[in-house]
Ligand binder design. Structure first.
Ligand SMILES: [Zn+2]
Length: 283
């Protein structure tokens, strides 16, 4: 009797152990699955971050600056609209939205307009945008403006004013950039459209593509900037000229007024009885 009870107890313990093991295995496997899913999620996130890292924010900014200064004013002047297929179109800059949300309060204080945090420099704010607001980036293909940097001379603009060591001209790089430059001209301003598109195609080739050469000293952006750079200097010159003119007219007015007063006084003096009597005595 006692032996049979012991046997039942042992079987119950075995069943209990088995049940505990089964429950633990289930929980463990679900935990592993959750960890795997979390890892996959993180991996996807890091993949998307990698996609973003492949496009340089600072070079995209330089490219955008060049387009705004050396191309857009001329395109606007002609009343032409660059299509969305044109990689130089402002809409094709994946950082456009974020750049608009950056606010420079002063050179040493930058604010994120998404969350109103402030930073000591633009670089810190850029890092914040990368870390906190990367979900707001559109990582579609062909939206990396930095990719056209070779064609539109980003390095030249970024190194302007810096004492750079003279580099040997790489013919292979020059040919590649010139080819990219010409393909941009043809996709943004298709010559077959004729008229304005043809004119702008020609303009683009002269402004950006001709300087892709190893021969001689190529002039970058020979058609110049379409943006009036020294706007404040121009305003100051205008104000200075207006002030000079005002002073000149005031001086002329005062001089004429004095002359009139003197002439009137002389006339009155001539009419004086003593002077009149002296005059009549002489004759
Ligand atoms: Zn923020």
């Amino acid at each position: 009797m006692a032996a049979s009870r012991n046997h039942r107890n042992r079987r119950s313990i075995k069943l209990l152990l088995f049940f505990t093991f089964a429950v633990q295995a289930t929980f463990c496997s679900s935990a592993v699955l959750e960890r795997q899913q979390a890892y996959d999620g993180r991996k996807m996130e890091s993949d998307s971050l990698e996609g973003k890292v492949h496009c340089s924010r600072s070079r995209s900014r330089t490219a955008s600056k060049i387009i705004e200064e050396y191309l857009v004013p001329f395109v606007k002047q002609k009343g032409y609209n660059m299509s969305s297929a044109c990689r130089l179109n402002h809409e094709n800059d994946m950082f456009k939205e974020q750049e608009l949300k950056k606010d420079m309060i002063r050179p040493s204080q930058w604010r994120c307009d998404y969350c109103k945090k402030t930073f000591r420099s633009e670089e810190y704010l850029d890092n914040h945008m990368d870390n906190r607001h990367s979900d707001l980036l559109d990582l579609s293909a062909n939206r990396c403006l930095a990719d056209v940097c070779g064609a539109i001379h980003c390095d030249h603009v970024a190194n302007e004013g810096k004492a750079a060591a003279k580099k040997r001209c790489s013919r292979a790089a020059v040919i590649k950039n010139k080819h990219l430059c010409e393909s941009l001209a043809n996709s943004c301003f298709p010559p077959e459209e004729g008229g304005v598109a043809l004119q702008l195609n020609e303009f683009f080739l002269r402004q950006f593509c001709d300087s892709h050469t190893c021969d001689g000293k190529p002039k970058h952006f020979p058609r110049g900037s379409g943006v009036r750079k020294n706007k404040s200097l121009y305003m100051a010159l205008c104000l200075f000229t207006i002030t000079l003119l005002l002073i000149f007219y005031l001086a002329v007015y005062l001089y004429k007024r004095d002359m009139n007063i003197n002439a009137t006084s002389l006339k009155r003096l001539k009419q004086h009885p003593i002077l009149k009597a002296q005059k009549s005595k002489k004759y």
